[in-house]
Every structure is written in structure tokens, then in C-alpha cells.
Design a protein around this ligand. Structure first.
Ligand code: SF4
Ligand code: ZN
Length: 450
């Protein structure tokens, strides 16, 4: 787990700081970002980061302390910002709720530190309270679109606007409070833009309300996010939020390419990165990651490697040939694996672009019968022209009908066959439903997360 917003240097931890840190490590906290609020705390955060390899620091002046950001303090801050374990500028922003610094000075300090972050190419950790419109106006004008909206104070529309500017949204203890709007906001944005934080010693989760917060309590934030995104389990959200933070702060999170990977209770087998389509929304065109897994293969695996990797996994109730390539490009391997996995009695699914017959120049559905239990065919459009525009198939312009024909044949062979589409604007879902209904195949509409 990662706590992207901790204040372990604060006096509330003076009596047992090292003990808390080692407890957090023991309880599965892999990274902590300690956040500066003034020069003293920024320096203290750096000292902690020097002492513990899994702690990193940000440096900055909180809007409460904006009045103390003198020229000499700013010079000092700039020096601190070049420390190798400093991974961001923050927390900075506007706080018109408590107004502990005059508004004008808050704005000046905010802009100055945004410019510093831009100059050093570091992300910003943003603290905004009762000042979203004013802060967003400044961010649109002066921000570089890298960083985090911490303790997110807004509603869904502000979250989307923040994401559109390039920022990630961090959720902490308050998301666990009854009546919190956090879960609804989180559910309205892509999981790939969500981070976990505590703001410890403040804002503990519901279970510890009134007590001191600490980094390993991000567990409760993850548990809440699992409720918000039911297709994921704890391990998924844990992995995804660490990867997200790795991208924001450029910290060394594990990013090993996966031959075999789990999402929820499904075990996926990544046979190839090649595909006969080039859909514009394919994650391949946006960094090769799916649900926090790196699917970019350096080379194509063989059967032995895959079986070896599979033997390291347990607790799954489905095996899926998927990845970011078209599995039927390696049909022989897929069928041979399916044969050897059959004795496990775990259902086997194929996610395909439906071009298996074209690719293999044979009726693949016949060979799949009895080996593949479920086929999920990406229909991806309601007609040929739209399909060609979205998918840019290598097989030319007459592919769409072949995809439908493949699905029909799979169904005829007794394979449980499903069509899927992504709900992008150019696809007419009703027309897709009609195509699916005509051949008696159910249609699944997947949410598009840009
Ligand atoms: S069919 Fe799937 S793997 Fe192939 S390009 Fe489209 S989205 Fe990517
Ligand atoms: Zn804070």
C-alpha cells in the first residue's frame, strides 16, 4: 500500500515515530510520501527520507504558511527541492476556510511554487479548501498538469475537470465516513487516476475517529474503494494505486511485464502483444497497462513458461486468454494450453477480436469446441464503416461481417458466446443490440475509461 500524504514529522509522532514507521512497514505499507508544509517540516521530511528507503518527501509552503514564504525562504526551498529523495512540491494551494494567511499572499505563494514545480519538472501536491474556483483558475493558467488534488474537496464535475487538467485525485480517511460524497466522486472517475493517502496524524478513517491517524490506515481507504469498484478485490486496488503513485511521483515501483496476471478472481494469460486491429482506444496506445499490470511483453512466451507462471498463482475461478494482443494469433499454443488446463475444471474464456478464422485460415471455432468454455468477441461497432474507423483492421475493409460470422460459429459449436462493445460515442449501442439479438448472442457494454 502507499500513503501519498503523511506528516510523520509532526509532533504527534515525537514519542513513537520510529515505532509507527516500522509498524506500517510490517503492515504492508510499501511507500510513504511525507509532505512539507513549511521549511522546517520540509527539512524534517527529507531527514526521514534519508533514514528510510521507502519514505520520500515533498517540500513546500502550505497556504496557511504562505505569509512566511519570504525571498530567502523560497531560495532555501529551491535548494531543498533538488534533494534526490524529494519527489514533489507541496502541499501548496489555497485555503479560504481558515484564512491563516491573507488571500493575496496565498495566491502569490501558490503561483511561485507552481512555477518552481514546473521548472524542476516535479508534481505538485495541492491543498485546496473553500477555494476550488480560484485555485482551478490559477491551475488552468499556471499549472503544468502534474500532481495530486489532495483531500479532494469537490464534487464529480470538479474531479473530472481536475483530471482533464492532468491531475490525480487522492482519497483519505474521510471517504470512509457515513454520508461522505467521496465514494460517489471516486466512482465517477477512472481508477487509474485515484490515489490513497492519510494526511496523518489528521483525518483518521471512521474506525479510528478521534484518534491519531497513521500511514497503514490507508487499508481502510482501499477497502472503501473496493466497494466503489466491485470488479476489483483489495489486491487490485492496492496494486493500481501504487502504480498510479509511481507514475505521479516517479518512484521505483515494481513494473515487471506480466505473462500471467490476476484481476479480481480471474487469471489472465498474456500470449502476445500483436493484434490484427489497431483500435484507437487500445491501452497499447496509452502505456500498455491494464488494472495496474504492465502487459508489454519483451518477447512472446512459450507453453512451459506460462505453465510455470500459472503454477505460482492460486485462488482464481476462471482462466482467460487475453492481454493486449489477439490470442488467436497464437491459436496452436492457446489450444494446447487449454487442453492441458482442462483437468483443472476451471472455466476457460477467450477474449478475442473475432478474427481467428481469418488469421488461421480455418474454422477455428471447431477446434475450440470442448476446450474453450466462453468466448467474448469484441464487436466494437454497429456497422462495417464504423468498425473500420475505430479498429483499423489489417485484413482490410471487409472484416466486420467475418467477426459476426465467427461469433455465430462459436455459438453453433456450443461455446458460450458473448459480444462486447465499449460505450464510445461513435458506437450505436441499440444497433449493436439488434445484431446480437439476431443471432441470439448477449451483448455486454463496457464502460470506456479514457
Ligand atoms: S482488438 Fe483489443 S488488443 Fe487489438 S487493438 Fe483492439 S483493443 Fe487492442
Ligand atoms: Zn496535509
Amino acid at each position: 500500500m502507499i500513503d501519498t500524504h503523511a506528516h510523520l514529522d509532526f509532533s504527534q509522532f515525537d514519542k513513537d515515530r520510529d515505532e509507527v514507521i516500522s509498524t506500517c512497514k510490517k503492515n504492508g505499507v510499501q511507500f510513504i510520501i511525507n509532505i512539507g508544509v513549511d521549511l522546517k517540516s520540509s527539512l524534517a521530511g527529507i531527514k526521514l527520507a534519508e533514514k528510510y528507503d521507502f519514505i520520500y518527501a515533498t517540500v513546500g509552503f502550505h497556504p496557511h504558511d504562505a505569509k512566511n514564504l519570504t525571498d530567502s525562504a523560497f531560495d532555501e526551498l529551491q535548494k531543498l527541492a533538488t534533494h534526490p529523495k524529494v519527489v514533489g512540491i507541496g502541499e501548496i494551494g489555497l485555503d479560504f476556510y481558515r484564512n491563516l494567511s491573507p488571500v493575496k499572499l496565498q495566491e502569490k505563494a501558490f503561483i511561485k511554487q507552481l512555477d518552481l514545480a514546473k521548472k524542476l519538472n516535479l508534481p505538485v501536491v495541492l491543498h485546496i479548501r473553500k477555494a476550488l474556483d480560484q485555485a482551478y483558475e490559477i491551475l488552468h493558467r499556471r499549472g503544468h498538469g502534474q500532481g495530486i488534488l489532495h483531500a479532494f474537496p469537490g464534487d464529480k464535475s470538479y474531479a473530472i475537470e481536475g483530471i482533464d487538467m492532468g491531475y490525480y485525485i487522492a482519497f483519505g480517511g474521510p471517504i470512509t465516513y457515513p454520508n461522505s460524497r467521496g465514494p460517489a466522486v471516486a466512482g465517477s472517475i477512472p481508477i487509474s487516476r485515484i490515489l490513497t493517502e492519510t494526511d496523518c496524524p489528521y483525518l483518521p478513517p471512521q474506525k479510528y475517529r478521534g484518534k491519531r491517524n497513521q500511514p497503514d490506515y490507508v487499508r481502510y481507504v482501499i477497502e472503501k474503494l473496493v466497494e466503489v469498484f466491485p470488479k476489483y478485490i483489495f489486491e487490485d486496488i492496492r496494486r493500481i494505486t501504487i502504480k498510479n503513485a509511481g507514475r505521479v511521483f516517479n518512484i521505483p515501483v515494481d513494473d515487471t511485464p506480466m505473462l500471467v496476471y490476476k484481476i479480481g478472481k480471474s487469471l489472465y494469460i498474456n500470449l502476445t502483444g500483436r493484434c490484427t486491429n489497431n483500435c484507437y482506444f487500445c491501452p497499447k496506445n496509452h502505456g500498455f497497462h491494464v488494472a495496474g499490470h504492465n502487459l508489454k511483453l519483451n518477447r512472446e512466451p512459450d507453453e512451459k513458461e506460462i505453465l510455470q507462471k500459472m503454477s505460482e498463482q492460486d485462488n482464481y475461478n476462471e482462466i482467460v486468454f487475453c492481454g493486449l494482443g489477439e490470442p488467436t494469433l497464437r491459436a496452436d499454443l492457446m489450444l494446447s494450453l487449454a487442453k492441458s488446463l482442462k483437468e483443472k475444471k476451471t472455466p476457460i474464456r477467450l477474449n478475442t477480436n473475432g478474427q481467428g478464422n481469418l488469421i488461421n485460415k480455418t474454422d477455428l471455432s471447431k477446434k475450440m469446441a470442448g476446450l474453450i468454455d466462453i468466448v467474448n468477441v469484441s464487436l466494437n461497432a454497429h456497422d462495417e464503416k464504423t468498425y473500420n474507423g475505430i479498429c483499423q483492421p489489417q485484413f482490410g475493409e471487409k472484416v466486420f461481417d467475418k467477426v459476426i460470422d465467427f461469433a455465430r460459429r462459436c455459438k453453433q459449436m456450443g461455446i458460450n458466446t458473448i459480444f462486447s462493445v465499449v460505450d464510445i460515442p461513435e458506437i450505436e449501442i441499440e444497433a449493436c443490440k439488434k445484431i446480437a439479438d439476431n443471432i441470439g448472442i448477449p451483448l455486454r457494454v463496457r464502460k470506456y475509461a479514457p
